[in-house]
Design a protein around this ligand. Sequence first.
Ligand code: 0O2
Length: 212
Amino acid sequence: MDLPQVKDELVQFNKMIFLYNSAMKEFKLRLEILRDEYKFVHQYDPVFDVKSRIKSIDSITAKLTKQGKAITVENIENYVDDIAGIRVCCHYSTDIYRLVDMISEQKDIEVLNSKDYMNDPKPNGYRSYHMILTIPVHLSGRVVSVKVEVQIRTTALNSWAILEDILENTYDDYLPEELLKEVKECADMLHAVDKRMIRIQDEISQYKKERQ
Ligand code: 0O2
């Protein structure tokens, strides 16, 4: 690549990141409004915490290299779906599906792909709900649909995912069997606790209803 080409690619890259950043802002605002409405109607916030990030250059290049693709802006846009990432933590797993429905019902949001790792966990114990969606970004004179990855999970399973991520990134090519087993057991225990808490929450709601 000669210098003008490099410059052009850099401009395209910055434009692309600007769009992904705008899409994240747009999605976070939608989510905030949905939460406010839910709180207003049900006196309860289904969301505990929201984090967002633009995928790191290292992670983008690793993903493209793994797919055997050249590192270009076009390939990033076409083959990496999670440049803009939103992670939503809920207290209870029932809140996850409430949110999935509320997000999917938004008329101008298109859900391209969903993965329900809550009901179908990864072999290591990972549980989360993932959606790749597009959201319109209104610019001066045009509207652009931009991809955002949304991960929704419980706070308990989020702590687990952080620990598991550290484990994956610490041991280069050999992960100790014992640790893997223990980490999987922790995921299963946390999931069991999440389920018990829902049962307790149901019992409390039932009691409240009966007292009304
Ligand atoms: P980062 O650091 O978030 O950028 P794909 O994204 O399609 O290439 P995959 O695995 O089919 O790969 O997609 P999937 O399952 O939807 O996972 C995408 C993201 O979910 C990952 O992004 C992680 O953030 C998270 N994730 C998936 N599986 C695990 C897991 O077993 N443990 C943990 N801790 N997180 C997981 P990246 O690109 O890996 O990382």
